[in-house]
Design a protein around this ligand. Sequence first.
Ligand code: ADP
Ligand code: ASP
Ligand code: MG
Length: 405
Amino acid sequence: MALIVQKYGGSSVANTDRIKAVAERVVATAKQGNKVIVVVSAMAGETDKLIRIAHEITDAPDEREMDMLLSSGERVTSALTAMAIQSMGYKSVSFTGRQVGIITDSAHTKAMIERISAERLVKAINEDKIPVVAGFQGIDESSDVTTLGRGGSDTTAVAIAAALKADLCEIYTDVDGVYTTDPRIVKEARKLDKISYDEMLEMASLGAKILHGRSVEFAKKYNVPLVVRSSFNYNPGTLIIKEDEDMEKIVVSGVAADKNQARITIMGVPDKPGIAANLFDAIANANIVVDIIVQNISSDTKATDISFTVSKADSKKAFEITKDVSDKLGAKGVNMNTDVAKVSIIGVGMVSHFGVAAKIFETLAKEGINIMMISTSEIKVSCVIDVKDTEKAVKTLHDAFNLAK
Ligand code: ADP
Ligand code: ASP
Ligand code: MG
């Protein structure tokens, strides 16, 4: 008997027929003698709809209220899924994040899970009930509802699997697994049988929305065996595990793209110690994550330009903060470009191979794609480019590194 956490994404619970199909899969797993905990997302499109409605009321909705609003989507599907399981003759009970003791920090709309007390989950399982947890949500120390950021139900599932030391966490979605790149952009993309936690972490944080980045962090930290597979068929999926020897032989395992980016440049700041600290402290204090940073020194003027990227969602706030800092420092001004995207190449084998970055630059140059910023680590190279070139860049890089089937 194994303990299995199964997470079903928005497309898997998009309507009542899909919810019944999910219930069948859950019951089939239970019939094989396993204990199952289910985590569900909101119905496909529901979270987007709620965000749209909020913006019909106000341009800048309060983040605490957004969390109250957005958490409702998952609440609906958890109750419906429990009903569907019950109607197949099995005991089931739905829970909100709060009811299963998911405690987060207070960073509304992108909260981080701090701990899970899970007593009710354990009790339910011991009573042979199949718990269905509303994903994507928790509460903070003051009992305010929080959400975990877009795609956050994956993290709910992995965190529960880690807390209860589950034998397996299955992420059910609308594609057969993790591919060399988004199969909706590149038809020739190849499904990976397995991928290391580190590569998956990079892929996810670089824009492959197949998994929420934080879910992979949890999986890695607590060694949770993770599988991504389709809820629409019985194909085996992709296993996400610790790196092994075969993996190191593969130089490049995937290409990711992220259009959810904005580049902010502060121009003509005095070139002296403490400037960057000033700016990035102010941004960090607003819970905004800065990604790529580039600083140029122009030799004649003793002034420098600093460019950095943030997510589009944070861009307005980051722009305002940067303007304030610019005024205080007597800089020349601030501009923002929201028509940018980041394309990245990921692979653990890069550590021991030369020339990957050079090949990327050459490939993009041949297509006439201008690179605005570059950032590298041991296992990835990222380039910021014009958003209109995204698909072209992904396709040609995927081709150049022979990733196709
Ligand atoms: P869910 O609603 O099940 O959480 P998501 O829409 O969040 O599903 O994630 C699945 C989608 O991720 C796929 O439909 C696919 O378009 C996209 N995707 C992006 N990169 C990849 C990749 N490398 N492999 C597989 N899917 C990817
Ligand atoms: N419903 C949320 C979203 O659309 C969370 C999730 O699906 O994982 O982002
Ligand atoms: Mg998702």
